[in-house]
Ligand binder design. Structure first.
Ligand code: SF4
Ligand code: SF4
Length: 370
């Protein structure tokens, strides 16, 4: 692992990886193997996130934290343009993209699917976002194959995991005595060749890595059904059968009001979601009024201003905002981008302060329409 970090740095990458800060596993600058969260696991549930130490836990036995690739490809705040008043006229300074390319160690299969969804929004529509494109083109992904799932994970329902099978440069499977590394791109192979101490994997190592992923896949299916072992936390699942129509045919369902009674409209769910892409642009001038920055910041459909049109705020109630979020994510996203907007990472469930769980909300609506 240290050889890999060093090889990436030598190739000019700024290396980012998981580490413990403020009681959570988050992404930050990675210099050394020792910063990785060895022996740490995350216990997650609706409104619950807790780190625990486990003797048999490796470097990557935590699952997903509040951060995702989104914060690096589509940062929470970005200067899009600067304007300078000079000789009676405004001079526009275009955006500079001169930061070193990023290598991120740790994204899981669901995160790679989320990145593909954001690619569709920022790169494959009628408008290509230049900042996103510059960062995305430079991005080197070292994905990690999950070997445990949190109780909030439902990638198996969304067909986005748990095994990462594309979208990475390298993919790590952590085994008890070594890492098995799968090469996913030409530049991934080039970096791996520069890593001190790597060896071609024996077939038995490859089998062990594949078995680990298959075992997790089987256990996720089991744990999300009634066959879950006694005492084992039941995993979430989302029945996606006719989901688009189910929600759109139930826009006046009483459940929207019931969930709104609990929802604080705090926007946490949209901030941690790796696919949410709403933003707001404002112009900020200095005190001389001669220098203006055009800033883009993340925003959320849970705020009143987000639906402000010339006639006023369109979504006036929390029920309308929650319904907008869920129906966009699971229904109209399919019309817009040809896929669901949810990859089943479970972050919105974990980081909702009142534990609102989209899988439970969908199941409640489905139950009444049987
Ligand atoms: S809606 Fe929730 S579970 Fe789905 S991708 Fe977003 S944060 Fe993850
Ligand atoms: S669903 Fe939860 S996280 Fe999302 S806005 Fe409501 S209270 Fe906040």
């Amino acid at each position: 692992m240290q050889g890999l970090i060093d090889a990436l740095k030598e190739d000019g990458y700024r290396v980012i990886g998981p580490q413990v800060a403020d009681g959570a596993v988050v992404y930050d600058e990675l210099e050394s193997l020792e910063q990785l969260p060895l022996g740490v696991i995350d216990e997650q549930d609706g409104g619950v996130y807790r780190l625990a130490r486990r003797q048999d836990a490796g470097y990557f036995d935590h699952v997903v934290g509040p951060h995702s690739l989104k914060r690096y490809l589509f940062p929470p705040q970005e200067t899009l343009q600067q304007l300078q008043l000079k000789d009676g006229g405004w001079r526009v300074e275009p955006q500079q993209f001169d930061e070193p390319p990023l290598a991120v160690i740790g994204p899981r299969s669901c995160d790679l699917h989320a990145m593909a969804i954001q690619d569709r929004v920022f790169l494959e529509g009628p408008y290509v976002d230049p900042g996103y494109r510059a960062r995305r083109e430079g991005l080197f992904v070292v994905s990690v194959q999950c070997r445990r799932a949190a109780a909030t994970c439902f990638c198996h329902s969304m067909k986005t995991g748990p095994r990462a099978d594309h979208g990475f440069d390298l993919a790590l499977s952590e085994l008890d005595d070594c890492f098995a590394i799968e090469v996913g791109s030409e530049r991934g192979g080039r970096i791996l060749a520069a890593v001190d101490g790597w060896k071609p994997g024996a077939p038995t190592i490859v089998d062990r890595a594949n078995d680990q992923s298959s075992q997790l896949e089987r256990s996720m299916e089991q744990r999300s059904t009634t066959e879950a072992a006694p005492g084992a936390p039941k995993l979430r699942q989302l029945d996606t059968q006719d989901l688009r129509d189910l929600l759109l045919n139930n826009l006046d369902h009483p459940r929207w009001e019931q969930v709104a009674d609990r929802c604080l409209a705090c926007a946490n769910c949209t901030m941690v979601c790796p696919t949410c892409f709403c933003s707001s642009v404002s112009e900020v001038s200095d005190l001389t009024n001669e220098h203006v920055r055009r800033e883009r910041t993340w925003t959320s459909c849970f705020t009143a201003e987000h639906s402000f049109l010339t006639s006023g705020v369109v979504r006036n109630s929390t029920a309308a905002r929650y319904r907008q979020w869920l129906t966009h994510k699971l229904s109209t996203w399919i019309d817009q981008f040809d896929s669901s907007g949810c990859v089943g990472c479970g972050r919105c469930i974990t980081w909702c302060p009142v534990g609102i769980d989209l899988t439970e909300e969908v199941a409640a609506i489905r139950e009444t329409t049987k």
